[in-house]
Design a protein around this ligand. Structure first.
Ligand code: ATP
Ligand code: MG
Length: 264
């Protein structure tokens, strides 16, 4: 980053007054914009973020009970997994790089760059951010993304043969529905963080965390630290009781109730 961009970064945060009611949301938005300017977030990432913001507004910008339930089940699944992988794209690298690395460490997962709009520059930039955030190894960069997901075409299907290809559990966020469905068809358990409970990703994942990655990553880490102490049977019990359909339906009921209350 050159010095002009650096000074811009500081001035934007300083420009928004402390007591601005939407300060946090604006600062987060700026991080995505910076990612676009630095080239590791695709311009389409801005649109995806905007859609997420709209849902987050309706959820009161808080992690609701249905997300907590999904987060606990996700941690159980990650801790029980044989080969878990966290799939990372530009928006995730812009918003939660340190948290991705910490969660991977807590649950012993691999980290893989997996982009819808793949370019070598973008892959390497994301790898750099993750390494600067403490990652030892980042899969899916350059030649490493040499395996393919069946049923998908072009660059969108490339994955690492040491990562997503052989994973039993994949955690992803802001992912496209086609790719999520393809991973599920390959027999993988998919944990999706997606603010839109109506998206194909949300509806086809094994566990859907309907929440903002900004809040759910720190919670995944917190529960991983606590639940690591549980016995295998207790983790299995948590998973057995979990019902993703009920969780999705609960998130939609929450939205409809909230809208009815506001509209009175
Ligand atoms: P699908 O392909 O699954 O039907 P889509 O085409 O509606 O989804 P995409 O652009 O493919 O949407 O994926 C972006 C998704 O990520 C959107 O559903 C959006 O709500 C969600 N999203 C955006 N920002 C965040 C965020 N910070 N945390 C969690 N989810 C987010
Ligand atoms: Mg899509």
């Amino acid at each position: 980053m050159d010095s002009s961009q650096n000074s811009k970064k500081w001035s934007i945060s300083a420009l928004i007054p402390e007591n601005h009611p939407r300060k946090e949301s604006l600062v987060i938005r700026e991080k995505i914009v910076e990612g676009v300017e630095e080239g590791y977030v695709a311009p389409q990432g801005l649109i995806a973020h905007g859609r997420g913001e709209c849902f987050d507004y309706l959820f009161g910008e808080k992690t609701q009970h249905f997300a907590i339930e999904a987060i606990r089940a996700s941690v159980a699944l990650l801790l029980l997994a044989k080969y878990p992988v966290i799939s990372v794209n530009g928006n995730m690298a812009a918003l939660v790089p340190r948290e991705i690395v910490e969660l991977a460490r807590e649950v012993n997962a691999k980290i893989e760059v997996n982009l819808f709009y793949r370019t070598p520059e973008r892959e390497r930039a994301i790898e750099k951010i993750l390494k600067e955030s403490g990652a030892q190894e980042v899969l899916g960069v350059g030649e490493d993304a040499s395996a393919t997901i069946p049923e998908l075409f072009s660059e969108r299907r490339r994955v690492s043969p040491r990562g997503i290809l052989i994973a039993d559990v994949v955690l992803l966020a802001l992912e496209d529905g086609d790719r999520t469905e393809a991973l599920v068809k390959m027999g993988k358990k998919v944990i999706a963080i997606d603010l839109n409970p109506l998206s194909r990703t949300a509806r086809s994942a094994s566990i859907t965390i309907v929440d903002n990655i900004i809040r759910s990553f720190p919670l995944l880490i917190k529960y991983a630290k606590e639940m690591k102490k549980l016995r295998k049977e207790e983790l299995e019990e948590t998973l057995k009781k979990y019902d993703n359909k009920a969780v999705l339906s609960s998130s939609l009921k929450f939205l409809s109730q909230r809208l009815s209350e506001i509209s009175l």
